[in-house]
Ligand binder design. Structure first.
Ligand SMILES: *[C@@H]1O[C@H](CO)[C@@H](O)[C@H](O)[C@H]1NC(C)=O
Ligand SMILES: *[C@@H]1O[C@H](CO)[C@@H](O)[C@H](O)[C@H]1NC(C)=O
Ligand SMILES: *[C@@H]1O[C@H](CO)[C@@H](O)[C@H](O)[C@H]1NC(C)=O
Ligand SMILES: *[C@@H]1O[C@H](CO)[C@@H](O)[C@H](O)[C@H]1NC(C)=O
Ligand SMILES: *[C@@H]1O[C@H](CO)[C@@H](O)[C@H](O)[C@H]1NC(C)=O
Length: 311
């Protein structure tokens, strides 16, 4: 192209300056712009684009534990349980989620918690279980978070998640149109039959945005929260990617029929931890305190030896 234009250049150099040069400069700028875009991407772009390839990239996950404002002491315990865990392949942020504060005592104590831990989300709702809190949670997130996440979990406050195996199980999965958890009914091994248990399920960010924007969930918020999420996704023909992680997720032995089984080493989540002896059993079984160092400060004791006294 350039060579065929050469005679013309000689014939009319002035004209070239005013017509061709700006065009060439523009083309060069466009090429630079395209190269720039190929290499420098918005760090959050991958989370909202539809990309269904398994990724080995580090990803981020928000775990929202739905609880009640008054459960200060339980939150402190859960902060310990999750504060000592992390995963090299995922940024995992933990938040406690509840509705409007109703008492002066809550306003003072929760202000202290926020100052110290900054891990609380207060939704604009009245405290409820099956009256739309889960809808309010997901639909509020795009507005209240400063950035999106690849995945968002809704979890109960009586479940123990092991973050390393959780992150490893999510890493190879699609980053969009994903619905992950423990499928109900208990004996079902088909992630499409029917919905993920409220113990803890994960949605990819595109589905969180869909919940925030679609009329389907907005019109249908009253009822068992976990079952409703499955219903919305089915009605919206969403969540073509579904994963039910059995037997790695389950209810504590003896707590819930066929949803329960014995503790197993490959566990991701144990649900229905209602009593201290159950939490202690789980902490001990998974060797959570095994890295405790001996020190003169605690008289040579470590947690394992204390726990072993009961056996
Ligand atoms: C909170 O919810 C109430 C009742 O649904 C509504 O009237 C109000 O506008 C909401 N406030 C905000 C800040 O969204
Ligand atoms: C929650 O509290 C806010 C601020 O006090 C209030 O505007 C809102 O109406 C309350 N929402 C509900 C659902 O009670
Ligand atoms: C939701 O409810 C509104 C108002 O009742 C109605 O106009 C709309 O069609 C409903 N949408 C769905 C998806 O049901
Ligand atoms: C806990 O530690 C014991 C002793 O080292 C080991 O045999 C067991 O497999 C560990 N349990 C788990 C769940 O990793
Ligand atoms: C225990 O001691 C080891 C080796 O001295 C050290 O690397 C580790 O950080 C200590 N762990 C704790 C919880 O202090």
């Amino acid at each position: 192209m350039v060579s065929s234009e050469k005679p013309m250049l000689k014939m009319n150099q002035k004209r070239l300056l005013f017509t061709k040069l700006p065009l060439m400069a523009f083309s060069v700028l466009m090429v630079i712009f395209i190269i720039f875009n190929l290499y420098i991407k918005n760090p959050f772009q991958h989370s909202s684009n539809v990309q269904n390839y398994p990724s080995t990239k580090r990803f981020n996950l928000l775990i929202g534990i739905l609880t009640r404002a008054d459960k200060h002491e339980h939150r402190h315990f859960l902060r310990l349980i999750y504060g000592i865990q992390s995963s090299p392949i995922a940024q995992i942020d933990l938040k406690f989620v509840f509705c409007n504060l109703t008492k002066q005592e809550q306003r003072v104590l929760i202000s202290l918690e926020i100052l110290k831990f900054n891990d609380i989300i207060i939704l604009n709702c009245s405290e409820n279980m099956n009256d739309g809190k889960t809808y309010t949670y997901f639909s509020s997130l795009p507005n209240i978070l400063s950035h999106p996440y690849d995945y968002v979990m809704k979890a109960d406050d009586d479940v123990y998640f092991r973050l390393l195996p959780l992150a490893s199980s999510l890493q190879p999965l699609p980053r969009s149109d994903l619905y992950y958890g423990f499928v109900i009914p208990c004996q079902s091994m088909d992630p499409f039959v029917s919905y993920m248990s409220g113990m803890g399920f994960v949605l990819s960010w595109d589905l969180v945005e869909w919940i925030a924007n679609s009329d389907i969930p907005r019109n249908d918020t009253i009822g068992p929260e976990d079952k409703l999420v499955g219903k919305w996704l089915n009605l919206g023909k969403k969540a073509r990617n579904r994963v039910s992680n059995k037997p790695a997720m389950y209810d504590y032995p003896g707590m819930n029929g066929r949803c329960s089984h014995e503790l197993i080493p490959e566990t991701i989540a144990v649900h229905k931890l209602k009593r201290w002896d159950q939490w202690l059993d789980v902490i001990q079984y998974f060797n959570v305190t095994k890295d405790l160092n001996t020190s003169k400060l605690y008289n040579g004791l470590n947690f394992d030896s204390v726990f072993n006294l009961k056996m």
